[in-house]
Design a protein around this ligand. Structure first.
Ligand code: NAP
Length: 282
């Protein structure tokens, strides 16, 4: 019996259980994907430590980690993979049985890249394309890491400049420059040069579907892909705004499936049935 699950708060709207249980079903594996609501630290500290202990003692195959623990869990794992270290956030935990270590991994970054590259506009040889990321939390870190790794220059626009600066410092320490802006700084942003705009904030997510992270006074570039990490609703207001001016848009469903598939493979060793996983959340 395979036990795995999701650590986060709140979890009522998560699709992860459906995704992973569908994968178990298709592969004929017996198991359960649990939802563990653990409040933010310091309140949830003991519960978080206890969940990691369950993993360390082999009672669980693995766990996903979501808001608000993607960064706080960094301090409780025994080791980080190079990917999680480079991103500076963890969304997947697994056990290294040889050493009895709980390992923190990040599958958001490759999950984002695998999906976004399917629809990216062609980039001319020698061009260093520019991306703008809205938000500076865990998902913004993952997208920034993926884009920097694949030769993009990245600007982050956030409402809390100190948070964006801490992301820039994290990547700056790795010798990778990231520009940061406050969401009110329209004038200094080189919007027209952006080939990709990523919403890495929860703005527009159900039930708050009438909101958009795109400031009203900003104009979209003429040629860019707009990628919204939000996937519920499937068409966000932000996507509709971008589509309205002729831009190509994509929601975060493909990334959701890919990051889950990579975690599932890590835990079970089995090839995840991506098509069926996508169908069940679509
Ligand atoms: P997070 O760590 O909490 O970061 C959220 C970011 O959005 C923070 O910078 C936050 O700023 C900002 N933000 C929140 N409300 C805002 C508002 N009204 N205006 C401007 N900025 C605002 O969350 P996360 O893990 O990065 O996730 C962000 C979104 O991506 C969520 O909707 C999540 O579901 C989605 N996501 C999707 C996938 C996928 O597979 N498709 C994977 C990961 C995440 P403050 O800190 O100031 O609040």
């Amino acid at each position: 019996m395979i036990h795995m699950g999701l650590i986060g708060f709140p979890l009522a709207h998560s699709y992860s259980q459906r995704l992973h249980e569908r994968a178990l079903d298709v592969l004929g594996l017996e198991g359960k994907y649990h939802l563990w609501e653990i409040p933010p630290l310091p309140q949830g500290k003991e519960e978080l430590i206890s969940k990691l202990k369950d993993l360390r003692e082999g009672h669980l195959k693995g766990a996903n980690v979501t808001i608000p623990h993607k960064r706080s869990v960094l301090y409780f794992v025994d080791r980080l993979t190079p990917m999680a270290q480079a991103v500076g956030a963890v969304n997947t935990l697994y056990l290294d049985p040889q050493r009895g270590h709980v390992v923190g991994e990040n599958t958001d970054s490759p999950g984002f890249w695998v999906d976004v590259r399917k629809v990216l506009l062609t980039v001319r040889k020698g061009e260093k394309p520019r991306a703008l990321i809205l938000g500076a939390g865990g998902a913004a870190r993952a997208a920034t890491h993926a884009l920097l790794t694949h030769g993009w220059s990245v600007s982050i626009a956030a409402r809390r400049i100190s948070q964006a600066e801490s992301v820039a410092k994290h990547f700056g320490d790795q010798g990778r420059a990231v520009e940061v802006y406050h969401l009110s700084e329209r004038a200094s942003l080189k919007l027209e040069a952006c080939r990709l705009i990523v919403n890495a904030t929860p703005v527009g997510m159900a039930p708050d579907t009438a909101s958009s992270p795109w400031p009203q006074s900003w104009e979209f570039p003429k040629k860019a892909l707009v990628y919204d990490l939000v996937y519920n609703p499937a068409q966000t207001l932000f996507m509709r705004q971008a589509k309205g001016v002729g831009l190509e848009v994509r929601n975060g469903l493909g990334m959701l499936v890919e990051q889950a598939a990579l975690a599932f493979k890590r835990w079970t060793g089995a090839e995840p049935p991506r098509r069926e996983m996508l169908e069940v959340v679509r």
